[in-house]
Design a protein around this ligand. Structure first.
Ligand SMILES: C[S@@+](CC[C@H](N)C(=O)[O-])C[C@H]1O[C@@H](n2cnc3c(N)ncnc32)[C@H](O)[C@@H]1O
Length: 267
């Protein structure tokens, strides 16, 4: 059956996006609160390490804003000029209701013209590109480049899966390798600054090798996922334990088995 991104996300949000629906589907709110704590911690660390400014004078677009995780992150840093873009009416309505000053638009960038073209930005988030662009990857990066000023930054969260990865993405995902990203970003004038691993235990491992250890690790996570799904207190306990493991690993390791942030600068 033909994949329709807008219908898929509208259905998944069922009227209101939130951490439990934008995060790891089926794992519940308690677990996803920990997951997003991990995302916030990794983002803070990467901003500091790459010396990317994010403050009152940064102009930001959050492309694929969903429940507004990054919008909130920016608001906590007093960013004033902030636009949340999303494909779905559910997200745009939700963001507009929560903050009338945050102008969100329903337009998207993957080759589809915007209804309202925001001013060019110095900083920008793309959340996970694998969840946004099944097709039109090149057009998406081009549009993001058009929206970013020279000297501005683009932040992408993705799995950056090696092409030979045994991981099978869901119907709403399409993965692009690190090489594919870097080639396209380079062609659009971006220089890669840093990769920051986000999750080790807090999300399913997707960048594992087809070895005995790799398969055992993925199997262990799948087993935990089955026991946690639908039971909030288990999600809370597992999420907390995984978060405590992940925090030092985010600092120590340069790559992990799950999502990464990629920071780049437009030159
Ligand atoms: C996994 S959620 C991430 C939401 C949020 N950035 C976060 O990190 O919690 C993916 C979001 O991207 C949006 N999306 C999917 N395809 C898109 C597209 N082509 N253009 C803009 N947004 C898109 C979905 O509606 C959804 O809100």
């Amino acid at each position: 059956m033909e994949y329709d991104a807008k219908a898929y996300w509208e259905r998944r949000f069922a009227g209101e996006p939130g951490l439990a629906t934008t995060g790891f589907a089926g794992m519940g709110l308690s677990f996803n609160r920990w997951l997003y704590r991990g995302y916030r911690a990794a983002l803070r660390l990467a901003l500091k390490r790459s010396a990317v400014p994010l403050g009152p004078n940064t102009r930001v677009i959050d492309a694929g804003a969903g429940g507004g995780f990054f919008v909130e992150f920016c608001r906590a840093r007093a960013v004033r000029d902030l636009v949340g873009l999303d494909l779905t009416a559910a997200s745009v309505d939700f963001l507009t209701a929560g903050s009338p000053n945050t102008s969100s638009t329903g337009s998207i960038w993957a080759g589809i013209p915007m209804t309202r073209r925001p001013r060019r930005r110095r900083g920008m988030s793309v959340g996970s590109l694998s969840h946004r662009v099944r097709e039109g990857f090149e057009a998406a990066i081009e549009n993001l480049a058009r929206m970013t000023k020279v000297g501005g930054h683009l932040v992408i969260a993705d799995n950056f899966l090696p092409i030979e990865s045994p991981y099978e993405p869901g119907v709403h995902q399409r993965h692009w390798s690190k090489d594919e990203f870097e080639r396209r970003l380079d062609a659009c004038g971006f220089r890669v600054l840093r990769y920051q691993p986000v999750s080790f235990l807090l999300n399913a491992p997707v960048r594992f090798k087809h070895t005995r250890w790799g398969k055992a690790y993925a199997g262990l996570w799948n087993g935990i996922q089955k026991r946690v799904a639908g039971v909030e207190w288990r999600g809370n306990v597992f999420g907390c334990a995984a978060y405590l493991v992940d925090r030092p690993l985010q600092r120590l390791l340069r790559a992990g088995p799950g999502a990464h942030y990629l920071f780049c600068r437009k030159t």
